[in-house]
Design a protein around this ligand. Structure first.
Ligand code: CDV
Length: 310
């Protein structure tokens, strides 16, 4: 038994006017709650330090730079790192990263229990668009403000296990989990900001979106025999509603814990990393069963190309 007590730290809405200090204070309160419940590892959402700013259009994209962190930890986030070290708790959270040479990424980090950043992931599957789109009910400008991640899908050893990260829309893509699965991942952690309505299809509401969320997490977990911890930023941000759905999925694909509200709150669950072994050694023993000679199209072709019509 290799037991990790994980705290999925859902965050309620963050309004545009909220400061980093206010948000970090909320994150510390969640961490203290998780510590009281004996957590080893706390996971926060995508873009945990700010509102989901890609819904706001700036003609001059540099005007959005104030949502980005040029330093991690920086003066406003250092207290979070200090508290995690005091608790001896590992953590992961998402933020908008501005690199010293001017690149912008939607990033998440993995911090070990000594407070050292041991892993960084930059979101690869960026949804949305890069110019103002008047056809949409609201904007989703991730392609305007971020570049696609350039670090691949690495995994890291920590707390006696193998951990990987992805961010929000990445969870819908089987390639995300499989690349980590091929490195023996035992727990994938991810944060998300998912509007509860499709901006391009108003009849697609929260029920269908929640179904696709669960479907993606459960399939990724089962097909790679890994735990998946998915953490929402939820509720109404300046009138724009994000769905909840913070949950933990076991390596058989079952949802073993979930939150039923849209506020700040921790979901704590004991995850046995050895529970990944049965799947990895039987039906999803990749070394025995994968047939890579037949998978070339997956990396050789981007878009679908149907055969010519008769
Ligand atoms: N932040 C996201 O990546 N959101 C997307 C929405 C736009 C569909 C998601 O996959 O949840």
């Amino acid at each position: 038994m290799r037991r990790i007590r994980v705290a999925a730290a859902q965050m309620g809405p963050i309004q545009k006017a909220e400061t980093r200090e206010q948000v970090v204070a909320r994150m510390i309160a969640l961490m203290d709650d998780a510590a009281g419940k004996g957590a080893d590892f706390i996971v926060y959402p995508e873009l945990a330090l700010t509102t989901f700013f890609p819904r706001w259009y700036h003609a001059d994209r540099a005007e959005a730079d104030h949502w980005f962190e040029a330093q991690m930890p920086g003066p406003q986030t250092q207290p979070l790192f200090d508290r995690a070290r005091e608790h001896g708790m590992a953590m992961s959270f998402g933020y908008a990263e501005l690199t010293p040479d001017g690149h912008h990424f939607n990033t998440s980090i993995l911090v070990d229990k000594s407070g050292a950043i041991i892993g960084k992931y930059r979101k690869i599957h960026l949804p949305g668009h890069d110019e103002y789109d008047e056809e949409r009910a609201f904007q989703h400008l991730e392609k305007r403000y971020f570049e696609p991640g350039d670090l691949g899908f690495p995994v890291w050893r920590m707390l006696g296990g193998i951990f990987g990260m992805c961010i929000c829309n990445d969870r819908r893509w089987p390639e995300t989990y499989r690349v980590m699965g091929l490195q023996g991942v035992e727990m994938v952690v991810l944060g998300f900001n998912t509007p509860s309505v499709n901006s391009q299809k108003g009849e697609e509401g929260i029920e269908q979106r929640m179904f696709h969320h669960r479907l993606s997490l459960q399939a990724g977990a089962y097909q790679n025999a890994t735990w998946v911890v998915a953490v929402a930023k939820a509720g109404s941000e300046d009138g724009h509603h994000l769905m909840g759905g913070t949950m933990i999925v076991d390596p058989d694909g079952f949802i073993v814990a979930q939150l039923g509200h849209e506020d700040d709150g921790v979901l704590v669950h004991d995850c046995d990393l050895d529970a990944t072994r049965f799947g990895k050694e039987t039906i999803f023993d990749f070394a025995r069963h994968r047939r890579i000679a037949h998978y070339g199209l997956i990396t050789g072709r981007v878009g679908a190309e149907p055969p010519p019509e008769e």
